[in-house]
Design a binder for this molecule. Structure first.
Ligand code: NDP
Length: 604
């Protein structure tokens, strides 16, 4: 490693460069900092900066952004859309202020004239973590009247969930209620959001271009940087992934475990792809050949038949292997197959949305069509399927330790249906189908909402049962390499000690070396009564609270539906009892940790 390279992920500058930069900007006002950030962004893009105005009195009006774009993102998709939108706006000559909503002061809303929001939604219709405060502010009495604001909302979601695109709907409704005018109606996008997002973006820029470039100051200040994030853009993206090599896919649960969890290592080779601990890896996958053949046989179609998807031609077999989702389904497919087959059971499901959602969560396409066989034209069938989407896995390694590799902890999703075992799309591909040496198409999904504290002396508490352990393995590698001196406390849980203690040897090594200060484990099925990580947190209530009081950052990773909620509720109890607070005050305590980026979740 080169001298000064250790903190590459955090600063990209060596210590001397960083010190001179800090000295140079020490006396700058916030406005001057904003101008400088734009100046540097333009310079890094190779644009001519000679024409940029100097910071004279008149320039302050010029750096005032005409258009504010806010994004809130659970997985990075909304951020990706917002960044592209900001670039198009800039190219159209509009001055843009692009921000993660958690970095935006909601009170500034009253001085905005034009606002675009791109947001995702959490599983049960809640705002993503980074948007919780903005969401609460808009719904509260504190929200100002916004009679002069023009806005539009793009919401990303998954139509198989009951509260589809709810956060976007909430923002739209509240802005309207506060008197703002929608310059273009809200657009709700499903899992394959790219095309809808692109046409909304094009339309909105066309609509705003004229009025926002009239003043003559447009385009002067480039897009503001994203506070707190140092991202190196890669040529390899979700749309243009890197064809990496699968090095290792090793089972790390015991022979008698109820689960098959793999430690996966992927070689990023010469790609130049970089990631920070806390990021996720996007993995494109192919559906298994056996499953595709079974589906084509059940449909009584021919593998070689030609079909077209958005104007591109494929054989049916190719389309079902690499273009279309066949392991996950949604109520819309049940509705489609009910109408094709006329099956009474499916028709009944169509009438009961919750039942349809549950049924689609537990059945793959092949199970649905096998249970109600019917003739269908290949093209009609293909038109009813969703485009395949990559899966995101929390990265389980630090590049300071593994350099051009990336490690994942993959739980094989599997279940029995009529005596046949069905596997998850990407987890099946990574564990059953792709042999070591196979090509895996990947990209890095940055996640600024799950970051180690910048100061290595800050203590961290990590709660990661099951595959939720992954990012904490990365955290430990990073803190080890950085020789960070802050305390580290890990809460891990799984079914049994002997079969499911993921990375047990590594944790023991870290305990021995002293890097890991404390580890508490909860093996739920090693005794008659279930014991979970939150029980361990409760048993250690006093010390957990002490750690928080001395500035610890708190992280949760793993199951979103049950575990993360139960752990949150336990934390509320612990903070209330130890801090002598009411439950509401304890919630506020956690809220303030969250807004100070000291309480972060990566849950799925
Ligand atoms: P799990 O979270 O299923 O299990 C880990 C440990 O947590 C087990 O000991 C389990 O106990 C325990 N547990 C169960 N309920 C709770 C609870 N309410 N609070 C705290 N602990 C609890 O680990 P996995 O690695 O198998 O999976 C992680 C999670 O990730 C899954 O639960 C699933 O929700 C999610 N997941 C999501 C996928 C997706 O595509 N969205 C794919 C794969 C997993 P016990 O089982 O004995 O009750």
């Amino acid at each position: 490693m080169l001298p000064g390279q250790k903190n590459l992920n955090q600063t990209m500058l060596d210590a001397n460069q960083l010190a001179s930069l800090q000295e140079a900007i020490a006396a700058y006002t916030p406005l001057q900092l904003a101008w400088t950030s734009g100046y540097l962004a333009a310079k890094s893009e190779g644009g001519s900066v000679a024409a940029l105005p100097t910071a004279t009195a008149g320039a302050s009006a010029q750096v005032q952004a005409a258009l504010t774009i806010l994004f809130s993102s659970q997985t990075g998709n909304a951020k990706g859309v917002a960044k592209k939108l900001a670039e198009s706006a800039k190219a159209a000559g509009i001055t843009v202020n692009l921000k993660n909503v958690s970095e935006y002061k909601p009170k500034s809303l009253k001085s905005e004239t034009h606002l675009l929001i791109v947001t995702s939604t959490n599983g049960e219709g809640e705002a993503p973590d980074d948007a919780i405060e903005f969401h609460e502010f808009l719904a509260s009495k504190k929200a100002p009247k916004l009679p002069t604001l023009k806005y539009s909302v793009l919401s990303l979601g998954d139509s198989s969930y009951e509260f589809y695109c709810q956060t976007g709907k909430d923002f739209d409704e509240r802005l309207k209620a506060l008197g703002a005018t929608a310059v273009s109606p809200r657009v709700d996008c499903d899992v394959d959001y790219e095309e809808d997002a692109q046409s909304w973006s094009v339309h909105i820029i066309d609509t705003l271009k004229e009025e926002l470039t009239q003043s003559g100051d447009a385009g002067v200040a480039p897009v503001a940087g994203l506070t707190g994030s140092v991202e190196v853009e890669s040529q390899y993206t979700k749309q243009t992934p890197y064809a990496a090599e699968l090095l290792v896919s090793q089972k790390i649960t015991g022979r008698d475990s109820a689960k098959d969890v793999r430690h996966v290592e992927i070689d990023l080779g010469e790609s130049g792809l970089t990631y920070q601990v806390g990021d996720a890896l996007g993995v494109w996958f192919e559906n298994s050949t056996a499953l595709v053949e079974e589906l084509i046989a059940v449909l009584k179609l021919s593998a070689d038949e030609n079909v077209s998807i958005k104007g591109e031609n494929f054989t049916l077999s190719q389309a079902l292997t690499s273009e279309l989702e066949i392991t996950q389904t949604a109520p819309a497919f049940i509705e489609f197959w009910a109408s094709i087959s006329g099956d009474a059971k499916l028709k009944a499901l169509v009438e009961d949305k919750n039942a349809a959602r549950e049924y689609s969560a537990e059945h793959q396409i092949v199970d649905i069509v096998s249970a109600a066989p019917s003739d269908v034209a290949a093209q009609v069938f293909v038109d009813a399927l969703r485009k395949i989407t990559p899966r995101l896995y929390s990265i389980a390694s630090s590049q300071t330790e593994v350099e051009e590799e990336v490690h994942l902890t993959v739980g094989l999703v599997s279940y029995e249906e009529n005596g046949v075992t069905r596997f998850g799309g990407a987890s099946g591909f990574l564990t059953n189908d792709a042999e070591e040496g196979a090509t895996v198409k990947v990209f890095v999904e940055h996640n600024d909402n799950f970051r180690l504290p910048a100061d290595g002396n800050t203590p961290v508490i990590m709660v990661g049962p099951g595959t939720g352990v992954a990012p904490f393995r990365a955290f430990m590698q990073e803190r080890d390499a950085a020789e960070a001196e802050g305390d580290n406390w890990m809460f891990f849980g799984d079914q049994t000690f002997t079969q499911d203690f993921l990375y047990q040897v590594e944790w023991q090594g870290y305990l021995k070396s002293g890097l890991l200060t404390k580890m508490d484990v909860a093996f739920s099925r090693d005794q008659a009564e279930k014991v979970y990580v939150q029980d361990r947190i409760k048993e250690n209530a006093k010390e957990v609270f002490e750690w928080l009081e001395r500035g610890a950052h708190l992280y949760i990773c793993g199951d979103a539906n049950r575990m993360a909620k139960d752990v949150h509720n336990t934390l509320v109890d612990v903070i209330a009892s130890q801090g002598g607070l009411t439950p509401e005050q304890a919630e506020d305590y956690l809220k303030s940790l969250r807004s100070n980026k000291r309480y972060q979740k990566d849950v799925y």
